[in-house]
Write a protein that binds this ligand. Structure first.
Ligand code: BES
Ligand code: ZN
Length: 460
């Protein structure tokens, strides 16, 4: 059977597939840091060349930020079979703190891991390793059949990790080129490391940066302390007031648009038997710290959050300095669910902060991305095909799950292009995405490629 031939080809081609992934991983495409802009362009060009090698017509489109790679391939329109769009992102998160890495984040290597060999590098799991699973499946398909499996559009973004600022205008300008029957997104993980999973709910995200300024310069805390206002105190008091003692967020209007989990999904999630003790235990914790009346899965998948992601100000270097700083900064992000409106929340948050800033201090804000939560319809026939393909490859039924993270485009496929999107991926909870020593299990890379080949066989 020809699927067997494709799977055999994938197995044979593993060493070469790893080499190709390593080439991509060597490019430090950190989208949030302007210093790496040329590297983002280089990663986009690398992908264009690889897609051309697969028979696609491919191009890196300029945007105000980083390039958007779009490729068209396979049988022409009207030839029958589905038209699939595949989405992944080639940008990665910053690597700091660099001293916590065991090796150069952009010098990938296969190392021993807890469950077998792992690919160690920034972007190995999020999302270069994952996006290459799809391209490798196409490569094996083409090697066996001589053609791509169906009409295909590939969209690879370079700004996902920095809030996708160019995405909506790009989708609007290229709607006709991008519209397909269904979108496949590979940027999520397995459930509890072993079960294949399809994500049906994703949280949205709002990012805000606050700067509180007091004195017009840093001061000696002996000379001025007690008399001059300390902006770190002002900031910490505001941040400490984000939650009450039960974990509820205190910004007025924050819960507007938050919906309760439908009973059917609640029942589905109960059946998943999530082991929260292990999930927390693996990172050295044991006590769920969110809203006290919610289950752990709700806390990470279906409830909104407010988190402080970073604080700076004053002197935090080695030794000690008696400084009374002139300014203090914090980066705050909110995960959003249901119909919560990111822009309305931005306004409410800023008003809430401003009302707490004493006279004689000033506050300014910078925005960092805003995307609403997404709920995926699972009626498209690709979902049943994917469940069958995933179950065949992983030997376990595919779970419908939530995802606490955000992938801005997931909801936009529906709202801006009118197409359903299906999110499936092969990451594991211990991949350390966004953290030092990110890895992707070689097994996930390999079985991921095989999963796509099986799905393509089901769909065509
Ligand atoms: N691949 C992640 C989304 C994800 C997170 C999937 C956790 C599975 C588990 C994605 O690349 C990501 O990290 N997104 C950012 C988006 C943000 C910077 C706009 C996120 O969720 O923080
Ligand atoms: Zn990602």
């Amino acid at each position: 059977m020809s699927l067997d031939a494709v799977l055999a080809r994938i197995d044979q081609d593993q060493p070469a597939a790893l080499d190709r992934l390593f080439d991509l991983l060597r490019i430090p495409s950190i989208s949030t840091d302007p210093a790496f802009k040329p590297d983002c362009a280089r990663a986009a060009d690398w992908l264009v060349a690889d897609l051309e090698g697969l028979g696609f017509t491919a191009r890196a489109h300029e945007t105000p930020g980083h390039p958007m790679v779009v490729a068209q391939g396979g049988p022409v329109a009207g030839a029958g079979g589905p038209h699939l769009l595949f989405y992944g992102h080639y940008d990665v998160q910053p690597v700091d703190p660099l001293d916590l890495w065991d090796r150069d984040p952009f010098d990938p290597q296969v190392q021993d891991g807890p469950r077998g060999p792992v690919i160690r590098a920034r972007g190995a799991s999020d999302d270069k390793g994952q996006l290459m699973t799809f391209l490798e499946a196409l490569r094996a398909w083409k090697a066996v059949h001589g053609t791509l499996p169906c009409r295909l559009t590939i969209l690879l973004e370079g700004e996902e990790e920095s809030g996708s600022p160019s995405l909506i205008p790009f989708l609007q300008a290229h709607a006709a080129e991008l519209k397909a029957d269904v979108a496949l997104i590979c940027d999520t993980g397995l459930f509890q490391d072993t079960a294949p999973a399809i994500v049906t709910m994703l949280r949205g995200l709002l990012g805000e940066e606050i700067v509180i300024r007091a004195a017009n310069k840093d001061l000696h805390s002996g000379m001025f302390g007690g008399l001059a206002r300390n902006p770190i105190h002002v900031l910490s008091k505001i941040l400490a007031g984000l939650h009450d003692e039960t974990g509820r967020v205190q910004v007025p209007g924050f819960y507007d648009g938050v919906t309760e989990l439908p009973d059917a999904i609640r029942a589905q999630w109960q059946n998943l038997a999530f082991d929260h003790a292990k999930f927390l235990g693996d990172v050295g914790l044991s006590i769920p710290a969110g809203e006290q009346d919610r289950t752990p899965l709700e806390m990470i998948w279906s409830r909104p959050t407010a988190e402080v992601n970073g604080i700076s100000g004053g002197y935090a270097g080695d030794g000690f300095k008696t400084v009374l700083p002139g300014e203090a900064r914090a980066k705050v992000s909110f995960r959003l669910v249901g119909q919560q409106d990111p822009e309305a929340l931005r306004i409410a948050f800023r008003d809430w902060v401003r009302a707490q800033v004493p006279a004689d201090c000033s506050v300014s804000f910078a925005e960092h991305g805003a995307s609403p939560a997404g709920v995926m319809q699972i009626t498209h026939p690709a979902f049943e095909a994917a469940r069958a393909a995933l179950a065949a490859e992983w030997g376990r039924p595919a779970a419908y799950v939530g995802c606490g993270g955000s992938i801005p485009i997931a909801g936009y496929f529906k709202t801006h292009l009118g197409m359903d999107a299906m999110l499936l991926g092969f990451g594991r909870d211990d991949d350390q995405i966004h953290s030092p020593n990110e890895k992707y299990d070689v097994e996930c890379f390999h079985k991921g490629i095989r999963s796509w080949a099986r799905l393509l066989a089901q769909l065509t």
